[in-house]
Design a protein around this ligand. Structure first.
Ligand SMILES: Cc1ncc(COP(=O)(O)O)c(C=O)c1O
Length: 383
């Protein structure tokens, strides 16, 4: 095997997709309840995205950030307009977007003359696999073997405002809180409705940055363009990736107010970040979500999906809990969920597993009720 043994893939190779369906080498059809883990938000071969990428590929895919890239500026303007924030930096992956976020927190600390700035991060968080982001993550599985970890993080339990207040009392070096609005890898956890506004309030009281990792929750997944928009506040920094390019690698670190202009030329960069191809893809994704009213679709079909899970799946033996928001739903099982996942794939339904026992659905945002019915039918029979 010439591949490094990083992954443990199923022996299925997809050749193409259409809408919410995928096809493998044997021609077998699958209903995609995962979208490449919350990436392929417009599904497969979406006419607008396919045409935009083809057109852009024929013009120019890459130059360098040493030159002006009008499409990148247009993309930044779109992200700023949609988020109500002020500036964007583009990269290619989620981990990179979070690296930028952490670097902004450190610049902010230096500006406040804090020599060793600390960012509060959460238990069970997942922020990526680079050294800083795995250090920020709250899973020993992600960190083990890669010590020494990057310093400068203090950890609190998720969804626990008191724990944050205790750190605030004891640690004068804190400059920011970094947090997922809903924990995806951490088990599809939805916090109490007062948690995120509470974090915003604590940050305001202490002059800290509120930095939200919206890499999985952003770009329509929860029924708003960004998950923080379910509330009445704006973060200081937000990271995006996954669905932003609809399958073309594109990440962003978006900042507001005092955080928006901390980066100076030479502080940060990326060769590929925001190149013409990725920027064109992201612009098309964002415009298509708006034009096709996909947020309303997520709300409607996601609501239907959750209701169907609650009605038909929750009462079954072995099912512990149903949770999530929009088209981002988890089914917690009593037992390890891998055997169920494998049977579902055999039956033509794709989802994956978080924390070993939680079925995770993050389908394309174009999913319809009839697809939900198909998933529920198979799931019910298999469980
Ligand atoms: C919340 C969150 N942050 C960061 C990442 C890392 O993104 P990437 O794999 O693109 O580096 C992920 C990926 O699953 C994620 O879900």
């Amino acid at each position: 095997m010439s591949l490094m043994t990083t992954y443990n893939p199923l022996p299925i190779a997809f050749t193409h997709g259409e809408g919410v369906y995928l096809f493998d080498e044997t021609g077998k059809k699958y209903l995609d309840g995962l979208a490449g883990i919350a990436v392929n938000c417009l599904g497969y071969n979406h006419p607008a995205l396919t045409a935009a990428v083809q057109d852009q590929a024929a013009k120019i895919m890459h130059c360098s950030n040493a030159f002006t890239i009008p499409l990148q500026i247009e993309c930044a303007e779109k992200v700023v307009q949609l988020s109500g924030m002020d500036s964007a930096f583009f990269c290619s992956t989620g981990a990179e977007a979070n690296e930028c976020m952490i670097k902004i927190a450190r610049l902010y600390g230096r500006q406040k003359e804090i020599a060793e700035p600390v960012v509060i991060v959460m238990e069970d968080a997942f922020h990526g696999r680079t050294m800083a982001t795995l250090s920020a993550s709250g899973s020993r599985k992600v960190q083990a073997g890669f010590e020494p970890l990057v310093q400068g993080f203090a950890r609190a339990p998720y969804d626990d405002l008191e724990a944050i207040r205790t750190i605030a009392k004891n640690n004068p070096n804190v400059v920011a809180i970094m947090c997922e609005p809903l924990q995806g890898e951490g088990g599809m956890r939805v916090p109490d409705s007062d948690y995120l506004p509470g974090l915003r309030q604590i940050c305001d009281e202490h002059d800290w940055l509120l930095m939200l990792d919206e890499i999985q929750s952003g770009v329509g997944r929860t029924g708003k363009m960004f998950a923080f928009q379910h509330y009445d506040f704006t973060p200081d920094v937000m990271s995006l990736a996954k669905a932003l390019g609809g399958g073309v690698p594109m990440g962003a670190c978006v900042a507001a107010g005092k955080a928006a202009s901390l980066m100076q030329p030479g502080n940060h960069g990326s060769t590929f970040g925001g190149n013409p191809l990725a920027s064109r893809a992201a612009l098309t994704v964002l415009e298509t979500i708006e034009r096709d009213n996909l947020l309303a679709n997520v709300e409607r079909v996601g609501g239907y999906f959750k209701q169907q899970l609650q009605q038909h799946i929750a009462p079954l033996d072995g099912v512990v809990d149903i949770r999530g928001q929009g088209l981002w739903l988890g089914v917690e099982m009593q037992e390890l969920a891998r055997p169920l996942q494998l049977k579902a794939v055999e039956a033509g339904i794709i989802f994956n597993i978080a924390r070993e026992k939680i079925l995770r659905f993050a389908p394309p945002l174009i999913l319809q009720e009839e697809h939900v019915d198909q998933i529920i039918k198979v799931l019910r029979e298999l469980i």
